[in-house]
Design a protein around this ligand. Structure first.
Ligand SMILES: [Cu+2]
Length: 96
């Protein structure tokens, strides 16, 4: 019982933080859209959730439809995750 209470107490502290972190977005701008290869080149700031420094690089996008609203030079906010060993954009939206 004591263990269960302690586990619940820890979960209640850690869970809200991990939910926040799972939704954390990074900032960047669109340099080039490569629709045939389902990729976009971004000049990006630090990406905390994968520990990446700012740079310009190509990313795969999870769904080719994610490229349609993007335009060269556009400022974006995005989420990158390691999907099967490849850094993949799982969410991208126009920055306000
Ligand atoms: Cu990078």
């Amino acid at each position: 019982m004591k263990f269960v209470l302690r586990a619940l107490a820890i979960a209640s502290l850690v869970l809200p933080f991990s939910l926040f972190a799972a939704d954390e977005l990074s900032e960047g701008s669109v340099k080039k859209i490569d629709a045939p290869n389902q990729r976009v080149m971004l000049a990006h700031g630090p990406i905390a959730n994968i520990g990446m420094m700012p740079m310009t690089m190509m990313f795969k996008v999870k769904d080719p439809a994610m490229l349609k609203p993007l335009k060269d030079g556009q400022k974006v906010r995005f989420r990158v995750e390691d999907v099967g060993g490849e850094y993949t954009i799982v969410r991208i939206e126009a920055a306000k």
